[in-house]
Design a protein around this ligand. Structure first.
Ligand SMILES: [Zn+2]
Length: 247
């Protein structure tokens, strides 16, 4: 294949722009803000799940507390009724009196036990409420951080996209008068060879693979007309001769 040496040199400019585009694409994909946002989203969802569990615990304990209140109230009412009967002097037989007093004593003990249980439930409820509140506050804080990180990510993406648009315009201008077959060859090698299709020959070294050319290859290249498109035997990339090739 043959191409004007100036066109061959321009291929190096295309290569530079393509590398810049590759870097931009890589940066877009590996933006730390994007990874951080994923971590935050996972954390946010974990906290929301924990909050649901804590909320259920609070609701259960509130129900338990109501039940305990009702039980205490029931015992108290029964005790009051017994006490009123006692106070009213309605009980005449000694046996009934003894039975009533014994029931009051028993209700007193029962009330004590129930009130202890009630206090324990209240303490557990307070712990659960505090935990639910702490989870909600943490989730809110994570959500706020996520919003900030998302804004930073979006700004970085916008900047990258803007740079890429500029680079693509630059590339379009550069390839305008590069022959289609040369460009196609370059693209094919670039796809096969890690993004580098054309490299400068500088100081007898291929800048694509960084290997020094041996004497035989240098001599072969020296014998070629300037418009011959040279390929490096080692890496098969297009080797563009420059003023600093050292030929
Ligand atoms: Zn090479």
């Amino acid at each position: 294949m043959n191409a004007d040496p100036a066109v061959q040199l321009r291929l190096l400019d295309v290569q530079a722009v393509d590398q810049r585009l590759d870097q931009l694409a890589h940066r877009r994909k590996t933006l730390p803000e994007a990874a951080e946002l994923e971590t935050l989203a996972a954390e946010h969802s974990r906290l929301r799940d924990a909050e649901v569990v804590a909320g259920t615990t609070v609701a259960d304990l509130e129900r338990e507390q109501k039940r305990a209140d009702a039980e205490v109230e029931q015992v108290r009412a029964r005790k009051d009724r017994d006490q009123r009967r006692l106070d009213a002097g309605q009980v005449s037989s000694a046996k009934e009196l003894e039975s009533l007093q014994s029931e009051i004593a028993s209700l007193n003990r029962r009330q004590g036990v129930l009130e202890d249980a009630e206090i324990e439930i209240m303490e557990r409820l307070e712990v659960a409420q505090n935990e639910a509140a702490a989870l909600a506050a943490e989730r809110e804080s994570v959500g706020k951080t996520a919003q900030e990180v998302q804004a930073a990510r979006d700004a970085a993406w916008a900047q990258i996209d803007q740079d890429a648009t500029a680079a693509r315009a630059e590339r379009q201008a550069l390839v305008a008068d590069i022959p289609a077959d040369l460009l196609a060859l370059y693209e094919k090698i670039r796809a096969d060879r890690g993004g580098i299709g054309a490299a400068a020959l500088r100081q007898r070294r291929c800048e694509g693979c960084m290997i020094q050319l041996d004497a035989a290859e240098l001599s072969r290249i020296r014998g070629l007309a300037p418009d011959v498109v040279v390929r490096h035997e080692e890496c098969r990339r297009i080797l563009v001769r420059t003023h600093e090739s050292g030929l």
